[in-house]
Design a protein around this ligand. Sequence first.
Ligand SMILES: CSCCC(=O)C(=O)COP(=O)(O)O
Ligand SMILES: [Zn+2]
Length: 209
Amino acid sequence: MSLFLEQWKKLAYIKCDLAKRDWFYGTSGNLSMKISDDPLLFLVTADEKDKRDRCDEEFIVVNEKGVPVFDTELSPSLETLIHANIYERTAAKCVLHVHTVDNNIISELYGDEGKVVLQNNEMIHILTGSFDNLLTIPIIENATDMAQFVKAYTPHICHDFGAVLVRNHGITVWGRTPLETKKWLEGIEFLISYHVKMLMIQGQKIKAL
Ligand SMILES: CSCCC(=O)C(=O)COP(=O)(O)O
Ligand SMILES: [Zn+2]
């Protein structure tokens, strides 16, 4: 199997798996996978397409400017330049972006602090391999201007894997392999969901006193 087809299938598997979790509300979310370094080329989902749909044209091949390299009726994701920026600055091979209710709540709750610190959970050990039991996720403001948006992400794109929460918008996670990226996305969503539910229960407890 050609490398290109192999990458396509891996990304299609991840897209299908995230769709089963119902992480593509409306037409939100976008996914990409690098297929070559020089020149930079990557597969990316199409703008406004329902990412729960399986179809022949699931992904578009784009260059470092986010421009399709083959003829297509589809437009690349509006967030393609964020994916391109991550590939240009790191050795990441995959970028996943989803909007969930829990990641939106946490981004709003801690938005003014510019970060959320997740702690004291075995999932952190599973993700990081360290017993530090602390994971800090930066939170940036949402933006409609893409150049400004890319600029806001940039200081946080300093490792080959990472995550950024966008306030009242969603989360973007990248990693060195597609499976590592999916693992980080699932792990972080688990920790965020746990955190939100704990706050809800603790709030109820305080009210009952
Ligand atoms: C500034 S992008 C607004 C839409 C969005 O947040 C999203 O995740 C889906 O965009 P796409 O163009 O990839 O369908
Ligand atoms: Zn989005």
